[in-house]
Design a protein around this ligand. Structure first.
Ligand SMILES: [Zn+2]
Ligand SMILES: [Zn+2]
Length: 136
């Protein structure tokens, strides 16, 4: 497991339990966004009793740490992907619709406008979909 993720856990005062380590390792081995069910099935070999609620709880705490990011998809299923950003700087994600790879990008010029149609902009969320270099 990468030192980066250990540091991120420590910052939020979360312990590295064997289960949490297994979840992160599973994401690292798959290199794509995953549903909580897939994560649970992946952990079944190692841990006999892994309830879906505990998987959800762990995934959500990883999102709070910035280790994982929630992925929006048209099928409205819940997906999580590993965030590879080295720091907590504001950035966005682009996903490959073919292989599920998650990439990061940040563009300061993207939202320079402070207002749109009279609306004052307070925040935004943005996720792009596309094809990664391998899938083009
Ligand atoms: Zn990210
Ligand atoms: Zn791809």
């Amino acid at each position: 497991m990468k030192e980066l993720y250990l540091t991120m856990l420590r910052k939020k005062k979360l312990k590295l339990t064997p289960r949490r380590k297994a979840i992160i390792d599973f994401f690292l081995s798959k290199e794509r966004f995953l549903t909580p069910e897939t994560v649970r099935n992946g952990l079944k070999k190692k841990f006999k009793h892994v309830g879906l609620p505990s998987i959800y709880r762990n995934l959500e705490s990883f999102v709070k740490c910035g280790i994982l990011t929630k992925i929006q998809r048209p099928d409205r299923k819940l997906y999580y992907g590993l965030c590879k950003a080295k720091n907590s700087q504001h950035h966005h994600h682009i996903i490959c619709i073919k292989c599920g790879k998650v990439g990061e990008f940040s563009n300061r010029n993207l939202f320079k406008q402070k207002t749109i149609n009279g609306f004052k902009i307070l925040s935004h969320s943005l996720q792009l979909e596309g094809l990664c270099p391998n899938c083009q």
